[in-house]
Ligand binder design. Structure first.
Ligand code: PLP
Length: 344
């Protein structure tokens, strides 16, 4: 498919502009020299809504749909550190909508939770083991609001529904146009993955527009089987919505391109190896990864390169999906971990 055709298809969906413009692609020169592989970073941590991150792209389309449906309230869910919840709250406030955040975890006024309070979001915190257990609470709240005459829309965890996936199809268009200007061709495009929407958009977009690019999604501790199933369903349903071939990518291929083994104790676990790695990258390149998503996924990518599963001389683009608030949400654990570092 030509880029123009996908752009035309995307233009048919309602969209709100939240991004400040195309996010930069920067060359990680020091790390690349060490590895013998050219590593570039797509700075989607700089998307521009709240503290930035990948959800802003999904929310451009999701909030476009909310406006189309004349909703006055959005409800979403996640962990207390959820970057998605924060960007959703910021998007809603910008559009003069009400926002209800249904979160799980410990209430501490720091990181993204503090940011959400500064946005005057309506926050409800529950003691449940995982975010899917929050669905029932969201439905209950939506029911109560409807009875009061409000028009709420439930946005799933991570903004990962077919409408949200459109945001990352848009990102692929943006990357390909930037590649033309920068005169670069990437061999690999790699992202972290959790609720699957970013990975589904990246996989689909490159399969449609530049199938010679190898795409990888690196898991951050979620069960691989669930992730593969979610990505497969998202790709099928987004393809239906866009009227493109549904079996664009086989389940086997999604399995092969979904990498696990870099969860470091499971989703949301803050690991010393990852914090050390964040410090290494910051010291080499002057930007921060986050402890829950990009720290683990970029660690995975560098490990894959070191194990020579990506050949020397390749050009690799890593999508920095944001998550900076996580460093502040977990500042106590992180500062204990770095306490014994030698002075540099
Ligand atoms: C910073 C960051 N990176 C990556 C992801 C994973 O994206 P997705 O949920 O689309 O798989 C998230 C999701 O919450 C995130 O907040």
């Amino acid at each position: 498919m030509e880029v123009a055709e996908l752009k035309f298809k995307l233009q048919k969906f309602p969209r709100v502009k939240f991004l400040c413009g195309a996010t930069p692609i920067v060359y990680a020169e020091n790390i690349s020299k060490e590895l013998g592989v050219e590593v570039y970073i797509k700075r989607d941590d700089l998307t521009g809504l709240a503290l930035g991150g990948n959800k802003t792209r999904k929310l451009e389309f999701i909030m476009g749909e909310a406006i189309k449906q004349k909703c006055d309230t959005v409800i979403t869910a996640g962990a207390v550190h959820s970057n998605h919840a924060l960007q959703t709250a910021a998007a809603a406030k910008k559009l003069n909508m009400d926002v209800v955040l249904v979160l799980r975890g410990r209430e501490e006024d720091k990181g993204n939770l503090l940011m959400n309070k500064l946005l005057n979001a309506d926050i409800h915190i529950y003691d449940v083991p995982n975010s899917s257990a929050l669905r029932g609470y969201m439905e209950e709240i939506a029911g109560e609001l409807s009875k009061k005459g409000k028009k709420p829309m439930i946005i799933p965890v991570g903004g990962s529904n077919p409408i949200g996936v459109l945001g990352y199809l848009g990102a692929v268009v943006e990357i390909i146009e930037q590649c033309e200007n920068l005169k670069i061709d990437f061999d690999y495009v790699v992202c972290s993955t959790s609720s699957g929407g970013t990975q589904a958009g990246i996989f689909m977009g490159f399969k449609l527009l530049k199938p010679e690019v190898a795409t990888l999604g690196i898991g951050v501790g979620d069960p691989k089987e669930e992730l593969v199933e979610d990505v497969e369903n998202l790709i099928i349903n987004t393809s239906k919505m866009l009227d493109v071939k549904e079996n664009l990518i086989s389940k086997k291929e999604i399995e092969e391109r979904t990498i696990d083994g870099y969860g470091f104790g499971g989703y949301g676990t803050i690991a010393k190896e990852v914090i050390d790695f964040i410090r290494y990258v910051a010291g080499k390149e002057g930007f921060y990864l986050d402890p829950v998503y990009t720290g683990k996924a970029f660690y995975g990518l560098i490990d894959i390169i070191k194990k020579k599963n990506i050949p020397k001389g390749s050009r690799v683009l890593f999508i920095h999906t944001g998550g900076l608030g996580g460093l502040f949400q977990y500042e106590e654990i992180i500062s204990k971990m770095i306490l014994n570092y030698p002075e540099s």
